[in-house]
Design a binder for this molecule. Structure first.
Ligand SMILES: C[S@@+](CC[C@H](N)C(=O)[O-])C[C@H]1O[C@@H](n2cnc3c(N)ncnc32)[C@H](O)[C@@H]1O
Length: 277
């Protein structure tokens, strides 16, 4: 895979979308980290870190005596995450380029089996192969270390109710495009069983439904995705200018209609422990 082959791209509008997405999802991520007993001084892996939004938060949470190792495939995002670490003066955050779906071995140095927590969010859904990623999680965590993932388990809940017909067509086109790129948007249907087969214990499975109304943060997150990824779907021939115009009208109507609401694709929070010695 080319270094910037992330299906949603790394251009400024996508980075801005990721930032907005991070803002609305951060409290849920922090609650998940708390459930996984994240604490100062710990060692954390952030896998598929993007421009480093979670990496920075994790580095603040573990403090100067802790360590965060962020792995990311895109050179552009690696540069952004490094710049964010430097700007926030977080020497405990290291960002490295690595393809989590590739066969290349990861150079752990002396750090194999030393991490307390591995975190990933909206990464596994883009991986054409999950084995290298799961193997790396198993290699990195110490016995008793935890893996926490926020990945979708039911993309089909994505909708603008009650009248978002163009948005509904958009959702179906998105799913098809993710699949064609080798991903699985509902990957968290499979991750728990795959972890069990690798000797992990599943500690918690928790759906995280989200609902947006009246132009709130959740609505903006979903609107932004329709606008931005709609352009890519038009390029792919799965969606048309007319579809996009119809969706814009539906979204504008929904913003001022107190009876209308968005439902996000359902994320499953997965928390597992690496057992053994
Ligand atoms: C939707 S973004 C999520 C970024 C970050 N986890 C967050 O929640 O803000 C998906 C990220 O996964 C990265 N990614 C996709 N395939 C990858 C691979 N094979 N190895 C490493 N990173 C990958 C992309 O480059 C992108 O930064």
């Amino acid at each position: 895979m080319a270094a910037d082959a992330y299906v949603l791209g790394t251009e400024p509008p996508e980075r801005e979308r990721l930032r907005l997405q991070h803002e609305v999802w951060l409290p849920l991520a922090q609650a998940a980290w708390e459930r996984a007993q994240l604490a100062p001084g710990q060692r954390v892996l952030d896998l598929g870190a993007g421009p480093g939004f979670c990496s920075v938060e994790l580095a603040r949470a573990v403090g100067a005596k802790g360590r965060v190792l962020a792995l990311e495939h895109s050179d552009t995002y690696v540069d952004h995450a490094r710049a964010a670490a430097a700007a926030a003066n977080l020497a405990q955050l290291e960002v490295r380029r690595h393809d989590l779906a590739g066969d290349g071995p990861f150079d752990w140095g002396r750090e194999a089996g030393s991490f307390d927590l591995a975190w990933s969010r909206w990464l596994a859904m883009f991986l054409p192969r999950l084995e290298p990623f799961l193997a790396l999680v198993g290699e990195g965590l110490r016995p008793g270390g935890r893996f926490v993932a926020h990945e979708y388990m039911h993309w089909d809940t994505f909708a603008l109710h009650p009248y978002g017909e163009a948005v509904d067509r958009f959702g179906r086109a998105v799913r098809a495009s993710f699949r064609e790129a080798g991903g699985d948007e509902d990957v968290n249907r499979r991750l728990p069983a795959l972890l069990v087969s690798r000797g992990f214990r599943i500690d918690d499975l928790r759906p995280l439904p989200v609902l947006g109304r009246g132009g709130d943060g959740w609505s903006q997150w979903m609107e932004r995705f329709v606008s931005l990824y709609g352009e890519e779907l038009i390029r792919q021939g799965r969606w048309s200018e007319a579809d996009a115009e119809e969706a814009v009208a539906e979204m504008a109507a929904a913003r001022s209609d107190p009876g209308s609401y968005w439902v996000g694709p359902t994320v499953l929070e997965l928390r597992a422990t690496r057992v053994g010695t």
